[in-house]
Design a protein around this ligand. Sequence first.
Ligand SMILES: Cc1cc2nc3c(=O)[nH]c(=O)nc-3n(C[C@H](O)[C@H](O)[C@H](O)COP(=O)(O)OP(=O)(O)OC[C@H]3O[C@@H](n4cnc5c(N)ncnc54)[C@H](O)[C@@H]3O)c2cc1C
Length: 389
Amino acid sequence: MTAPSAVLEDGHRELVDAFESFVRRELVPLAAELPETADQVPADLRTYVRKRSAALGFYAGDYPEELGGADMPFTAVVLLHHAAGRSGCVLAPYALAGSDGPSPLLRHGTPEQIERHLVPLVRGEQTRCLALTEPHAGSDAFRLTTTAVRTGDGWVLNGRKTFVSNAEHAGIALVVAATDLGDGPTAGATAFVLPMDQPGLRIGQRYEGMSGEPLFELLLDQVTVGPEAVIGGEEGIAAATALAMDSLSRGRLVVAAMCNGISEYALRVGVEYARERRAFGKVIGEYQHVQEHLVATRAEVEASKLLTLACARLVDEGTESPENAALAKLTASETAVRAVDRSLQVHGATGWVRGHPLEFLYRYVRMTTIIEGTSEVQKVIIARSMGLN
Ligand SMILES: Cc1cc2nc3c(=O)[nH]c(=O)nc-3n(C[C@H](O)[C@H](O)[C@H](O)COP(=O)(O)OP(=O)(O)OC[C@H]3O[C@@H](n4cnc5c(N)ncnc54)[C@H](O)[C@@H]3O)c2cc1C
């Protein structure tokens, strides 16, 4: 029987089939060679997967062809992220541009910044990191103490950033700092693009993440740069908040899509296990308490998928809305955390053992209710759209 969400997938089926076939034929065999308990994918393997996927046209599909992308509609990108999550293959997320790939911030770059920084990112030739969060600026992201002081036509940056993903592999850092035009920092933040070997910029503390992926502190000590480092040039000064808002919705929908895929994967392996595992003389799938775990996930993931795909289609139709993205991200990430938890419960000790895909996913999926704005922040956005604050 056709699932309701299949209605919204039509039109991109060939693309999704091609991506799934790439994952099955090329990535699954490579993933099988990784040690069972290795949480971190080696840097050279990530690079290979990224470049191969870019060469096949999947990696940064929604970027223009002249930059190395494939001019895909956003709905197609969302479906690819969904397929990556659903595959259960640990290498599949690296085949699609995520938080280390081409940044929507750089879409607002000057022509020189686009050529020098965005094109290599779209082609998968290099990766980047985003340094926004600070020790006292997380959800309240623009309460920054890192400053960029204007000196003539250049800038001097000082401060401390935390929880930065991919800093150890990145070629460039996008750093957001409070703007100081000579009379003290203003509320208007400015985004800079800096090479990772920029004098004065260095990686500090390394935070070991629960999924095995580390985060990093980035320290800026008298980082002196010219005007070419300001993303967007003169127009980008004190405009980082507006530029970032412009891309938040898409980023949240991509996370939602990956979460829906993860939920479907968890559901599939849960159902397979429940059909085979026997207890008290019956397969466990016959027990209603077990069915409850799987049926609840089925209903939630189908609804979540419809919501995400409908929001993606609205983006393609020119209606990008922060509250829609918040609704989709909140629903999908909370669903995925529950879906993996329930599937692990259905697997009993088998799913809890180190090296089992669900044991890894249980730790991996937990970040999704925190990244790109916590669940509570999504609720704040939704409440605001309802006129509640
Ligand atoms: C895996 C991972 C990768 C990350 N990668 C990056 C990166 O590459 N670059 C980067 O800059 N940052 C990154 N971050 C940081 C991330 O953006 C922040 O963790 C996130 O914004 C939340 O901030 P916080 O952790 O300081 O929590 P806080 O803002 O301190 O929040 C603590 C709690 O209070 C709640 N809360 C806060 N404000 C409100 C409110 N108004 N109403 C209701 N509840 C509220 C939150 O929802 C949360 O439950 C990453 C984090 C993780 C976990």
